[in-house]
Design a protein around this ligand. Sequence first.
Ligand SMILES: [Zn+2]
Length: 198
Amino acid sequence: MRAEVFRAIDGLQLPAEHRTLLRPGEAENDADGNVHHLPRFFYEVASWQQAHEIRLAPHFKLAELMTVDCHEAELLLHEFPHYVPCAIILLARFLEDFRREVDAPVFVSANGGYRSPAHQIGGAKSIHAWGTAADIYRVGDTFLDDTKSIERYGAIAVSLSPAVLVRPFGSGAGKTDDHLHLDLGFLTLTPRQCSETT
Ligand SMILES: [Zn+2]
């Protein structure tokens, strides 16, 4: 990954339209009532071509972790540059570890990586808005759509780091039955050249 093609920016410096949708650094309550600050620093992605070219880890391209559909806000879906939280590079590293452990390709669903706080699924209350969560629908030839497969691969993900949470199998709130949700917590990353002054 070449630093010069992947520019880190301070979300507070973005135009108002983008700030309204991305809400850099703003506080938000999660489903349990805990307050977290949304990501402030983003990598600027110039085009889909660039997203497909940038490998965040040997087996994970940036594009795989930022694919969204019409559930995303119009501006963020259709106009470049796109902005992804800097912590997404750590998610990719974790997925690479996971891939190595399961020894098979790992597939992240559309809307299953980074989603902005303006995205219709979960919005700012979803940890996907931190760029630290992935919804995996398939590992190798196995589709993760039953108790056995979700529990099996969930246990492997959890075994790799105490930071990891996986959602249990089920159809109620906080559960999943057609993918494995894993996340690293409300992690944010400040690139060393960025200043956190307001
Ligand atoms: Zn998820």
